[in-house]
Ligand binder design. Structure first.
Ligand code: NAD
Length: 260
């Protein structure tokens, strides 16, 4: 347990599934009140029910993180409910449409960057007014695809968005240090979640000549993808005072996948 998190308030995006869901449950287990932000869906309601059934406190804010107005409303909803905001996990993300660059449609490129990169910017922007006085911790979900390993072809938009999130995290950490707001990025390798469900591959993807046969999703430590709960442990650590001197950095959580 991380006792300093008790009774504090967290906002988690992408809280209905995968990493966000595991993190929301973990933060609630630490005694945090958790605002669940996601597109309207049943999984988010399940996360909510599970937290409430376990004696936790939670609310849902149906939100598209790329919609500036809705993001602002979600933050207001959380602060109105509990009077403060201490932790933001800017985690919602999509793989989007995977296609060779030559064939990638402008709207598909824009959509991936809007959710992953602009969504992160909007969350950090809206967190600042609520965290300025007391400080806080913001955690951004990037990926090893943003900086260390680019094994999946067709992911130029995704990788760009994930690299952008790391650059943005560093700038935000520098800018917000004066308010004792820490900002860190986590970079997972392959994690077993539902992210594949809405990933679209264009037929042109098969045209790309793969120069090297890269191992897909293999991780030296466990020879299997990681579990969302393993990522949630890292999120709780970065949320808490246990990481009080850590800001502006990226933490890889990938079983050494990025070193292959
Ligand atoms: P997931 O699909 O299981 O969960 C993502 C959640 O985000 C879903 O509930 C989805 O509804 C929500 N979401 C999608 N678009 C949204 C939007 N516009 N507004 C609000 N919510 C939205 O996937 P996951 O693997 O848990 O992904 C979480 C994060 O982890 C993403 O940023 C992803 O890029 C990153 N990541 C995942 C892996 C992996 O292997 N699963 C690896 C590295 C990084």
């Amino acid at each position: 347990l991380l006792p300093d998190l008790q009774d504090k308030v967290a906002l988690v995006t992408g809280a209905g599934s995968g990493i966000g869901r595991a993190a929301a449950r973990m933060l609630a287990q630490q005694g945090m009140k958790v605002c669940l932000v996601d597109l309207k869906n049943e999984r988010t309601e399940m996360t909510y029910q599970e937290i409430m059934d376990a004696g936790g406190q939670s609310i849902i804010a149906d939100t598209d993180v790329s919609d500036a107005q809705r993001v602002a409303q979600a933050f207001e909803q959380a602060v109105k409910a509990w009077g403060r905001l201490d932790v933001v996990f800017a985690n919602a993300g999509i793989n989007g449409v995977l296609a060779p660059i030559e064939d990638m449609k402008e709207e598909d490129w824009d959509q991936t960057l809007a959710v992953n990169m602009k969504g992160t910017f909007l969350c950090v922007k809206n967190a600042i007014p609520h965290m300025k006085e007391r400080g806080g911790s913001i955690i951004v979900t990037s990926s090893i695809n943003g900086s260390r390993k680019f094994s999946n072809f067709g992911m130029s938009a995704y990788s760009t968005s994930k690299a952008g999130q790391v650059a943005f995290t560093k700038m935000a950490a520098l800018e917000l240090a004066q308010y004792k707001i820490r900002v860190n990025a986590i970079c997972p390798g392959a994690i077993q979640t539902n992210i594949g469900e809405n990933t679209l591959h264009t037929p042109e993807l098969d045209k790309i000549k793969i120069p090297v046969k890269y191992p897909q999703g293999s991780q030296p430590l466990e020879h299997a993808p990681g579990q969302p709960e393993q990522v949630a442990d890292l999120v709780a650590f970065l949320a808490s005072e246990a990481s009080s001197h850590i800001t502006g950095t990226q933490v890889f959580i990938d079983g050494a996948e990025s070193l292959l």
